[in-house]
Design a protein around this ligand. Structure first.
Ligand code: AOF
Ligand code: ZN
Length: 348
């Protein structure tokens, strides 16, 4: 089989790692004399790395001598939660390593390849991600999380009818898809208007329970006005409240209040970067979303378009902050989901 085929097997294996959280999804296969000997992947944050998982599938590690490993990410060089994989590959006498991409994490970047080469291992880099780890790569290259702005709107561009009632626009297939979008982010954010009108759960309720659910974030003026939010203070996920004031009452253990006099999108994103959050989903409301867009901090926009006309003075999608100039996003991906349409477009 070709290099490309073996590499694709490693990519497919990596995708099985659904609980890697802020660690990358990584897959590795071991091949000798054109025979596939082992397939491994990083299963979960804190657990063994893909390379070690693949070695553990061999009947005997002596089989690794002279073999080629195809691995989607540069083998690590550091003592983290596990010892360095690059050294282990040298110990078991792997002859050649075909790597998808260099690791953008400065702890490793280039150092893994250097260790392999120092031990006489042939290294080939494909410069190919296999579609894996978009947020991980973005985070280490841009030093901030990837930001997605997501909303549902009617055919006449409104997210809500007039008044303080939540309007349901999309149907089950789109709602399910929105749950999958949540699953792809490490934090989900709403502003205080959405918090008080929707009392949102901000959890992933479709599919397998998540070992590391996204952090729920609410941006408010005064946390003490929201003690009665039913859902945000439950124990379903960690919750961070970005407030201008301290809480006067004790809050549940999973809730943290972080105080700052002005939680602008820039301040929010740099706080999240410091906390190692690689992806943020801004779910509402329209003023909060407009603020992220105006700050140049929307990397992707996902719109669910529902075949409903609201008319009147309903709340338009993304309203408030003006842009200094028009921004052109990528040619959108359009998906029909039942009666609704999903439109997805990224910053170019
Ligand atoms: C993984 N899985 O298969 C590979 C990783 O904290 P640690 O010790 O688990 O190390 C995490 C870092 O190790 C990660 O950011 C990346 O740089 C490197 N490679 N990590 O979780 C893997 N190969
Ligand atoms: Zn490693």
């Amino acid at each position: 089989m070709s290099d490309a085929t073996y590499f694709q097997l490693a990519v497919d294996a990596a995708k099985q790692g659904t609980d890697t959280w802020t660690n990358p999804q990584v897959g590795a296969v071991i091949v000798k004399d054109d025979h596939l000997l082992a397939v491994g992947y990083h299963h979960r944050f804190g657990h063994r790395h893909a390379e070690i998982d693949a070695l553990s599938q061999l009947d005997d590690t002596s089989q690794a001598a002279g073999a080629t490993m195809y691995v989607t990410l540069e083998p690590c060089s550091h003592y983290g939660k596990t010892p360095p994989c690059a050294k282990r590959l040298a110990e078991v006498k792997i002859a050649k390593v075909v790597i998808g991409q260099l690791d953008p994490n400065p702890l490793v970047s280039g150092k893994g390849v250097a260790i392999l080469q120092q031990h006489g291992i042939e290294v080939q880099i494909r410069h190919e991600t296999g579609g894996l780890n978009a947020a991980y790569n973005f985070f280490y290259r841009q030093n901030r999380p990837w930001v997605t702005v997501k909303y549902a709107m009617s055919l006449d561009g409104k997210i809500n009818a007039a008044g303080e009632q939540r309007t349901h626009l999309t149907e089950t297939p789109a709602l399910k898809d929105a749950q999958a979008v949540r699953r792809q982010h490490q934090a989900i954010l709403v502003g205080e208007h959405t918090l008080s009108i929707d009392d949102p759960q901000l959890t992933v309720r479709e599919g397998q329970p998540m070992v590391f659910p996204p952090v729920r974030i609410a941006v408010v003026h005064d946390v003490n006005d929201f003690q009665n939010s039913r859902h945000l203070f439950d124990d379903q996920a960690p919750t961070w409240i970005f407030s201008q004031t301290e809480a006067s009452q004790q809050l549940p253990e999973n809730v943290q209040v972080i105080v700052n006099s002005d939680w602008t999108p820039t301040a929010i994103v740099s706080y999240l970067a410091k906390k190692g959050i690689q992806s943020l989903l801004v779910e509402g409301g329209s003023a909060m979303q407009a603020a992220f867009i105006a700050a140049g901090l929307a990397d992707e926009v996902i719109v669910y378009l529902a075949p409903i006309l609201i008319g009147g003075t309903g709340l338009p999608a993304v309203v408030g902050s003006a842009l200094s100039q028009q921004e052109h996003f990528s040619s959108p991906t359009v998906t029909q989901l039942g009666n609704d349409i999903k439109i997805q477009s990224r910053r170019q």
